[in-house]
Structure formats: C-alpha cells, structure tokens
Design a protein around this ligand. Sequence first.
Ligand code: B12
Ligand code: SF4
Ligand code: SF4
Length: 306
Amino acid sequence: MTFSEEIKQHALSLGFDACGICRARDSGEEARYMRWLSENCQAGMGYLERNVEKRLDPRELVEGAKSIISVALNYYPPHKQRGGVPRFAYYAYGKDYHEVMWDKLNRLFSFIQERYPGTTGRCFSDTAPVLERFWAAQAGIGFVGKNTLLIIPGKGSYFFLGEIILDRELDYDRPIEENCGECRRCLTSCPTNAIERPYWVNANKCISYQTIENKGEIAPEIVPNLRNNVYGCDICQLVCPYNREARPHDTPEFMPSDEFLSLDLKKLLEMDEEAYREVFRHSAVKRAKFSGLKRNVTAISKTRYK
Ligand code: B12
Ligand code: SF4
Ligand code: SF4
C-alpha cells in the first residue's frame, strides 16, 4: 500500500466519509472569483475580499505547500425537527463542526507526522482563505453542483469539508467526470433567487447569509421569503436529486439534543439568553449570537409560514 493510500485509509478510520489528494498549485480561479467580488456577491463578508492571493493559490498560504489532502464528513441527521417548527439547517444540529473537524484533521496530521517525521503543514476547515469546494473537486471527492455545493455521487452534499495542506509530494487523484446535466431544481426552488445563475450564489439574497452572517437587519425584501428558516437554509440541498441518496451520519458529536429537537416557535419567542446559552452551548448557532437568533425568530414569526 502506498503512503497516499494509507492516509486515505486512516482518514476513513477516523470517521471521515471521503478523502482525496491533489497538487497544491495556482487554482486558476482568479477571473471567476474576482468577478464574484466585483458583483458584490460576498455581501457583508469582508474577509472574502482579503487575502485573495492566498485563497487563489494555497502555496501563498502555507510555506512549501506541495499537496492538499481534502476530506469530507457527513452531517445528514438521523433525527430531524418535526414539521411546522422553525427550521435550523441540518449542519447546525449538533456540536459546532469546526471543533469536530479540527480534532479529526489534527489526528490525521499526527498520523502523517508519526510516519514521516519532519513533514510540516496546516489543517483547515472553514478557518482560512481556502477554496474548499474547488480543491475537494480537484481531489476527486465529488463535483461542484449548480447550487455551488460539493456533491459526492451516491452520497449527496450534506458534508463538511476540510483540508491538510502539507509540504510532501503524494500521489494525486483526478477530478471526476460527473455533473448536474440538465437539472436546474436548485435554481428554480430557491425562494429568494439567490442562485442567480448556475454555480453562482449571491450572498445578499441567500437566507443562509441573512440569518447567520448578516450582523444588521435582515434585508426587508428577503423577510417575506424566509419560509420557516430561522437559522441557515437547506432548500437547494433538499431538492437536489443527489441527496435522495444521503444516509444519516454516525458521528456522536453531531447528534441533536432532545431539548433542541423539541424547540418550537413559542419556545423560541420566549427563550431568554440563559436558556439560549444552555441549548446552544457547543453549537454552531452561537455564531448568530442571542440577538441574531431573536431577530430571525421575530422575522419568521411575521411570515405566513409560522
Ligand atoms: C462564504 C461562504 C458562504 C456564503 C456564500 C456561499 C457561496 N456559495 O459562495 C454563505 C453564507 C451564503 C454560505 C452558505 C452556505 N454554506 Co458556506 N461557506 C462559505 C465559505 C466560507 C467560502 C465560500 C466561497 O469562497 N465562496 C466564494 C465562491 C466564489 O466560491 P465557491 O462557491 O467555493 O466556488 C468556487 C469553486 O467551487 C469554483 N468552481 C469549482 N468547480 C466549478 C465548476 C463550474 C462549472 C463552475 C462554474 C465553478 C466551479 O468556482 C468558485 C471559484 O471562483 C466556505 C468555506 C471555504 N473556505 O471554502 C463555506 C462552505 C462553502 N459552506 C458550507 C455550507 C455547509 C453552507 C450552507 C449549506 C449552510 C446552510 N445550510 O445554511 C449554505 C449553502 C448555500 C449555498 N448554496 O452555497 C460548506 C459546504 C460543503 C459542501 N458540501 O459544499 C463549506 C465548504 C464550509 C465547510 N468547510 O464545510 N456559505
Ligand atoms: S441556501 Fe437557501 S437561499 Fe441560499 S441559495 Fe440555497 S435555497 Fe437559496
Ligand atoms: S438540484 Fe440539480 S442542478 Fe442543483 S445541484 Fe442538484 S443536481 Fe445540480
């Protein structure tokens, strides 16, 4: 077995669902990325405008970078909220994925360093300027869908992505041939037309941006179209035919608590800061802060989907 195969095998033994490897190089994505910025699709996420050279070329981010090991971790929940209650996106059901990914990535990196002392590199999962979906596609894990999500054929798109960028040459995988074909379901189902064209999400219009990242008021034209989404949005994944093949994860940290699953509009409207801290103690929902969640609850309570 080659060292690259050993790395992939170890990644799976740590609970990752997919692992692929590609060369660290210039992504060649400059034109597309700069156009996305020039159309102001990043909305208020100013960090996407910074460190652009590093985002476009991982060798600018990690000194001596030669390879990118890309991994995916399933978060499709085995138990879901019941219908009719304010919806939290599936990715936010359990413990904050940054912590879970970080722990697993570091364990994979320790394995590599034990086998090859002197190897240097860094682990990432949504923590740095890295085009994570692009590299996952280059590493052959899946393909980028028209909703811009990384889709793994036979498994769907409910996966977190992470990388180890390191200074060793490895054996490289190839991108896969699959693509969305004629399907446009995500484009026609997005309630706010945030997927303005295939492979193009304008964050200003995206419910996920408005309910998680936006620190001000939710844009008034978005409020009537929030549906029941109180934190994040999964609509462009729920309608995707590839997600018919999604299977529940078995990562204990992502299991939702009974308290979380019992939340309804009344409980959310009445929730005080102490209860919020208790229910969402280790959760990614903390990102919106108590005031952000309250803002979202108030907004959806005014729509016809309550
Ligand atoms: C900013 C951001 C957002 C923004 C903007 C989303 C967007 N589509 O760009 C907002 C807040 C809206 C958002 C929402 C969500 N996000 Co987000 N987000 C990010 C973040 C931090 C950066 C993404 C980015 O650089 N966007 C800029 C655009 C231009 O780049 P891009 O979409 O990656 O596309 C590039 C390549 O894919 C490339 N490309 C590659 N192949 C192909 C093929 C063709 C034909 C074309 C045209 C293009 C193309 O084009 C782009 C380069 O110019 C990443 C983490 C990271 N560092 O990558 C997480 C990340 C993308 N998000 C993630 C998740 C889970 C979500 C949500 C599902 C959460 C939710 N349920 O609410 C939604 C999904 C909404 C959606 N349809 O994208 C996951 C996605 C996992 C996956 N399977 O793809 C990531 C990777 C975090 C992680 N580590 O797991 N997100
Ligand atoms: S996450 Fe929701 S609002 Fe954003 S692009 Fe997908 S369907 Fe549209
Ligand atoms: S819904 Fe259709 S077009 Fe959209 S990502 Fe899935 S397969 Fe591609």
